[in-house]
Write a protein that binds this ligand. Structure first.
Ligand code: PHE
Length: 458
C-alpha cells in the first residue's frame, strides 16, 4: 500500500508496542501470581517463558506484520499465498486471520469493562470518596457498583470513546503521540508509588515475600500460569504487534525492539509488585488477584497504610487509579487498532469511520459483558457469563492457537526468507540467531504451546 501510515520515530514505535504490553495484566496479575507461586522462583520461570516462548512469538508477529504491511487478516492471507498452499490451506490461514480480528474485538470489549471501573474509581478517589470505609464496605460498594446496569456502562462508553478518539487521530498523531505522553507518565507514577510503598514500616517483609525464591512451590501448574502470564502480558497471539509492526520502518531492528518491549513490560510488572506487597503486608492484608485486589483490597490497604497522613493517602490513591487507567488505555488502543486496520483496509472506508463504528459495536458487546456481573448473571453460554466467555476465548483459546498459526506461517516461508526478514535483508549482523530462532519457531514453540493448551483445557 503506497500511502500506508508509519510510526515517525523508533522511540515512538517502541513505546507504542510497550504500551500495548503494559496493561492491567501487569498490575493486577503479575504481582499476585508471583506472590502465590514462590516469589523469585516464579519470576525466574516467567522470565524463561518470556525469553524462550513469548519473545520469539512477538518477533514472529513483528517480522510478518512489517513484511506484509497489512492488517492481521491480510498478513496471513498474503504470506500464506506466497508459500503456495492448496485450497484447503488457503481457507485455514484465512480462518486464522479472521480469528485474530475477532479476538481483537472481544478483548477490547471485556477489557473496557474493567477499564471503565478504573475510571469510576479514579473519579471516586479524586472526589475523596474512598476514605473512611471499612473493608466490608469496600466489598459491598464494589459489588453494588459492578452489578448496576447503568453506571459501569456509562464509564465503559467513556473509556471506549477515549480509545476511539486516539485511534481516529491516526498512527502518528494518535497512537504514537499518545504513547509518548502516557508511557513516561506511567513510569513516573510507578516509581513515585513504589517509593511511597517502600517507605512504609515493614516494607522489607513485603519485598522479601515478592523476591525470595521458594523453589518448593514450582509445579507444572505454576509453569502453566507463568506461560499464560507471559502471553497475556506481551499481548502476543492475536495480532496487536503484527498490526503495529506493519507501521514500522524497514530499518528497525525487530529482535532488539522485541527484547526491549519484554524488558520494559517485566520491569513494570515488578514495580507493580513493589507497590502492592510492601503496602499490603505492612497492614497485614494478604493480596489476592483480580478485580477484588484492585477495587476492594487496595483502596482499603492504602487507607490503612497511609491513613495517618490523609493528604498522602489521597495522592497515592488517586495516582494509583490514574496509573491503572493509563495502562489500560495504552493497551486498548492496540486492541482497537487490530480491527480498525482490518475494517478500513478490507472495506475501503476511512480510518475514523471504521474506528467509530467499531467503538459503537464494542460498547454494545461490552455492555453484555458488564451485565454479566448484574442482571444477566444467569445468562450462560457454554456455562459462562459473557465476560468470562470473552476472556476464555481470548486468553485460553485465541492467544495460544493464534501463536501456533503465526509460528507455522513463518515455517512455511523457509529459513532463508525468515533470515532476511530478521536481518533487514542482510543489513544487520546476527550470526547464529536466525538459525536458532527458525528452529525454535518451527518446532519447539508450537509443540510447547500445544502441550500447554491441551493441559489448560483438560
Ligand atoms: N498486554 C495487556 C496487559 O497486560 C493485555 C492485552 C492483551 C493487550 C491482548 C493487547 C492484546 O494488560
Amino acid at each position: 500500500m503506497a500511502n500506508r501510515a508509519n510510526f515517525g520515530s523508533r522511540l515512538g514505535a517502541i513505546l507504542a508496542a510497550a504500551g500495548s504490553a503494559v496493561g492491567l495484566g501487569n498490575i493486577w496479575r503479575f504481582p499476585c501470581e508471583t506472590g502465590a507461586h514462590g516469589g523469585a522462583a516464579f519470576i525466574m520461570l516467567y522470565i524463561l517463558c518470556v525469553v524462550i516462548i513469548a519473545v520469539p512469538v512477538l518477533i514472529t508477529e513483528m517480522i510478518t506484520g512489517r513484511d506484509a504491511r497489512a492488517n492481521v487478516y491480510d498478513t496471513f492471507k498474503k504470506l500464506s499465498d506466497e508459500s503456495s498452499v492448496g485450497r484447503a490451506g488457503r481457507v485455514v490461514w484465512r480462518v486464522a486471520g479472521a480469528m485474530c480480528v475477532l479476538a481483537g474485538f472481544m478483548v477490547f470489549s471485556y477489557y473496557s469493562v474493567v477499564a471503565g471501573w478504573t475510571l469510576e474509581y479514579t473519579f471516586a478517589a479524586g472526589a475523596d470518596q474512598l476514605v473512611g470505609k471499612t473493608p466490608e464496605q469496600f466489598g459491598a460498594d464494589f459489588q453494588a457498583f459492578s452489578a448496576d446496569p447503568l453506571r459501569p456502562a456509562a464509564w465503559l462508553c467513556l473509556f471506549v470513546a477515549l480509545t476511539t478518539g486516539i485511534v481516529v487521530l491516526g498512527v502518528q498523531r494518535g497512537i504514537e503521540k499518545g504513547s509518548k505522553i502516557m508511557m513516561p507518565v506511567l513510569f513516573l507514577l510507578l516509581i513515585v508509588l513504589a517509593g511511597c510503598s517502600l517507605s512504609l514500616p515493614n516494607a522489607g517483609r513485603g519485598l522479601e515475600f515478592l523476591l525470595k525464591p521458594d523453589f518448593s512451590k514450582l509445579t507444572t501448574d505454576v509453569a502453566l500460569s507463568a506461560m499464560g502470564q507471559a502471553f497475556f502480558t506481551l499481548s502476543v497471539g492475536i495480532g496487536c504487534l503484527m498490526t503495529y509492526a506493519s507501521y514500522f520502518s524497514n530499518d528497525v531492528n525487530i529482535v532488539k525492539d522485541a527484547f526491549n518491549v519484554a524488558i520494559i513490560d517485566t520491569c513494570v510488572a515488578i514495580l507493580a509488585g513493589i507497590i502492592i506487597f510492601p503496602a499490603a503486608l505492612s497492614v497485614g492484608v494478604n493480596p489476592d488477584a483480580g478485580p477484588s485486589l484492585v477495587f476492594i483490597t487496595l483502596p482499603n490497604v492504602f487507607q490503612q497504610a497511609f491513613g495517618s497522613q490523609p493528604i498522602l493517602c489521597y495522592i497515592v490513591t488517586v495516582m494509583f487509579y490514574i496509573l491503572l487507567t493509563m495502562a489500560a488505555l495504552t493497551s486498548s488502543i492496540s486492541m482497537l487498532e487490530i480491527t480498525t486496520a482490518f475494517v478500513s483496509e478490507k472495506f475501503s472506508v476511512k480510518r475514523w469511520q471504521a474506528a467509530v463504528v467499531l467503538g459503537l459495536v464494542t460498547c454494545c458487546a461490552g455492555f453484555a459483558c458488564s451485565m454479566s456481573f448484574g442482571n444477566w448473571a444467569d445468562v450462560k453460554v457454554f456455562g459462562m457469563g459473557f465476560f468470562d466467555l470473552f476472556d476464555f476465548f481470548v486468553a485460553k483459546f485465541a492467544m495460544p492457537i493464534g501463536s501456533i498459526f503465526m509460528c507455522l506461517l513463518l515455517r512455511r516461508l523457509g529459513r532463508e526468507k525468515v533470515t532476511a526478514m530478521l536481518t533487514n535483508n542482510g543489513t544487520l549482523c546476527m550470526r547464529w540467531f536466525p538459525r536458532v530462532f527458525y528452529f525454535l519457531v518451527s518446532w519447539v514453540i508450537p509443540l510447547l504451546i500445544l502441550v500447554i493448551f491441551v493441559n489448560e483445557l483438560l
